[in-house]
Design a protein around this ligand. Structure first.
Ligand code: PEP
Ligand code: MG
Length: 537
């Protein structure tokens, strides 16, 4: 048995097979020095890629439908593109290794496409990149990521949101990453999925790969490779106790979340997709306090269309029925990157073009999303909020666009319900300006993850800074109290949708401050309800 530690981000015990996710190693391949040989290698790789893509295309047709599968067909056509093939041949002739010629020529073409005006052509840049990376991997012998049949514990150096989105979530028993911070989006996903997880774990990928059984104790932050009999018995006992605790919380299912003195607190779920909405209802949520809508944009190679977005929001609205659903508009940027938007690399992405800033800069991206939300409003109880607001003018500009699009839809004869517009308060500027923003907003929802990052100037992605990332910092407490007071004085409601919303140590403090809504990973709702119902406040 081998064992070690990590930082637990969600409690519970998981035991099972370990699957190691290794990013393709991009060691620089060296040319054999013989251009003819390199060209032959490249030609052979094109044939292998063609077979892989054709198998993928058939699979995708069945799983996601012919229209979506067409993305793969586009890549197959690109394998025959004469300009691309000539570009590669020239690079090889100039002395490049076949793998690098494939990759670099692909990148050159991708950049040309990304700079085009036509949205369709722009979106093709990601397809070219995908295709050239595939050729590169074939030429370097990278075999990719094989998943076993049943459920498993996933071990990785780190995981980006664009990678987690592609995983079969229902089969993952735990995440164990060697890097990552407790407020990273992988940690947030683990909480959403209700699975024990560790970040900054001292496990080597080789140990994980070689062991027969991997176990994670999310209570203590310990991992065990091939646990001995005694450890296994201890883990199984803890697992059974955790199941019994969950069972005990069932007594609070269907109850109203009201304190002993009668304060009503709305306990909502944070979701990322229509499927999450189904789990949220099963977890007895009273609404959705944060739909991270950017997850509809990740793990794909082109912008979702207005109709695709509309279908997703409509599904969420219908699933939630009368319960409120707060949709946060696209919050791409920082750690959530999508190639096809052609955004520049930034030195400080967390302070860069992200959230509402992208939407106000690239109206062609914002417009379809807002139209889709407004159209879906007819099917339920939708609210919308904007991320990364720092100035009143930004809120006014986004509201003006909503009003324009509402009018446009009404003129088209489309039914649009009233959609209250709120602000996600997650920059210190928005917190300080809460009184001014409250005049323009229907509600506030505080994103404590980013508010902590920006108030304390601590990068939430940087694992080395975890001890400085203090969400209970007095500066934050002062801002949180100020935001709730400003909302109450203006007669609008305020909620919390960052990770702190699920923190049992904060529940009563938030109620005291005047917050009336808490939004969290669905699995935390019954526990929070117990706390609210037992509170004397
Ligand atoms: C936040 O910043 O607190 C938040 C809820 O949004 P995200 O974690 O997606 O940035
Ligand atoms: Mg945020």
């Amino acid at each position: 048995m081998k064992q070690g530690h990590g930082l637990p981000v969600f409690s519970g015990v998981a035991i099972g097979d370990a699957v190691v996710y290794r990013k393709s190693e991009r060691n620089l391949p060296v040319s054999s020095g013989d251009p003819a040989l390199e060209q032959n290698k490249f030609n052979a790789a094109v044939e292998i890629a063609r077979q892989q893509l054709s198998a993928l295309f058939e699979k995708a047709k069945v799983e996601i439908g012919e229209e979506q599968a067409a993305i793969i067909e586009v890549q197959m056509l690109m394998l025959d593109d004469l300009d691309y093939l000539d570009g590669v041949a020239m690079a090889i002739e100039g002395g490049a290794a076949a793998a690098l010629a494939a990759l670099d020529t692909g990148e050159e073409f991708a950049q040309v496409f990304a700079a085009m005006d036509d949205e369709y052509m722009k979106a093709r840049s990601a397809d070219i990149r995908d295709m050239s990376h595939r050729l590169y991997d074939i030429l370097c012998g990278n075999t990719g990521f094989q998943l076993p049949e049943g459920s498993f514990l996933l071990v990785a150096d780190d995981l980006a949101p664009s990678e987690t989105i592609q995983l079969p979530r229902e089969r993952i028993l735990a995440f164990v990453t060697r890097q990552g911070s407790s407020s990273s989006h992988t940690a947030i996903l683990a909480r959403t999925l209700n699975i024990p997880s560790l970040v900054q774990a001292d496990i080597s990928l080789d140990i994980a790969e070689d062991c027969k059984v991997l176990a994670v104790d999310g209570f203590t932050g310990t991992w065990y490779a091939d646990p001995d009999e005694e450890t296994m018995a201890m883990l199984l006992k803890k697992q059974a106790e955790a199941a019994a605790d969950r069972e005990a919380l069932e007594a609070f299912r269907g109850k109203e979340s009201v304190t002993k003195s009668g304060k009503k607190i709305l306990l909502c779920a944070n979701i990322g997709s229509p499927e999450d909405a189904v789990s949220a209802v099963a977890a007895d949520c009273e609404g959705v306090g944060l739909m991270r809508s950017e997850f509809l944009y990740l793990g794909r190679s082109n912008l979702p269309t207005e109709d695709e977005l509309f279908e997703a929001y409509k599904q969420v609205a219908i699933t939630m029925g009368e319960r409120p659903v707060v949709i946060r508009t696209l919050d791409i940027g920082a750690d959530k990157q999508v190639d096809y938007m052609g955004l520049d690399e930034e030195e400080n992405p967390a302070l860069g073009l992200r959230g509402l800033r992208i939407c106000l800069t690239r109206e062609e991206i914002f417009r379809p999303q807002l139209r889709a939300i407004l159209r879906a409003s007819a099917y339920g109880n939708l609210l919308v909020m904007f991320p990364m607001v720092a100035s009143v003018w930004e809120l006014k500009a986004a509201k003006a666009l909503c009003a324009k699009l509402r009018k446009e839809l009404e003129d088209e004869g489309v039914e649009v319900k009233d959609v209250p517009i709120g602000v996600m308060v997650e920059t210190p500027a928005a917190a300080v300006l809460a009184r001014e923003l409250a005049k323009e907003a229907a509600f506030f929802s505080v994103g404590t993850n980013d508010l902590t990052q920006y108030t304390l100037a601590v990068d939430r992605q940087n694992a080395k800074l975890d001890k400085f990332y203090d969400p209970y910092h007095p500066a934050l407490m002062a801002l949180l109290a100020h935001i709730a007071k400003a909302a109450n004085e203006a007669g609008i409601w305020a909620g919390i949708c960052g990770e702190l919303g699920a923190d049992p140590k904060m529940t009563e403090k938030f109620i005291e401050m005047g917050y009336t809504e808490l939004s969290m990973a669905a699995g935390r709702i019954l526990g929070a309800r117990k706390q609210v119902c037992e509170s004397e406040l």
